[in-house]
Unconditional design. Structure first.
Length: 101
């Protein structure tokens, strides 16, 4: 199931979801420029060809974000098409108000 949540309330849901992953779908240079603590970088360009190998448990909750929300929306919908059961699109880090690494 794909769903969209506002960034800051969505992060609260992520923190309260056991075994969830927080995935930044921006490219590595964007990620290195500042990302949400606890997130992993998995660029949008890799989703279709590598997601199933990288994230084999399709029941694991996935929370995705990018810079503005466009790539995370595409990634979330692709992950759903690949059979992931719980995908939440948090939109863009531009809406994030917390600390960055």
């Amino acid at each position: 199931m794909y769903q969209k949540k506002e960034m800051n309330s969505g992060l609260e849901a992520f923190r309260n979801t056991p075994n969830a992953l927080l995935i930044d779908v921006r490219n590595p240079s964007e990620y290195d420029g500042g990302h949400i603590p606890g997130s992993i970088n998995f660029a949008m360009s890799r989703v279709l060809r590598e997601a199933e190998a990288e994230f084999p448990d399709k029941s694991q909750p996935l929370f995705v974000y990018c810079q503005s929300g466009a790539r995370s929306a595409r990634a979330g919908k692709l992950l759903e098409l690949l059979g992931y059961e719980s995908v939440t699109d948090l939109g863009g880090i531009s809406e994030y108000t917390g600390p960055k690494e």
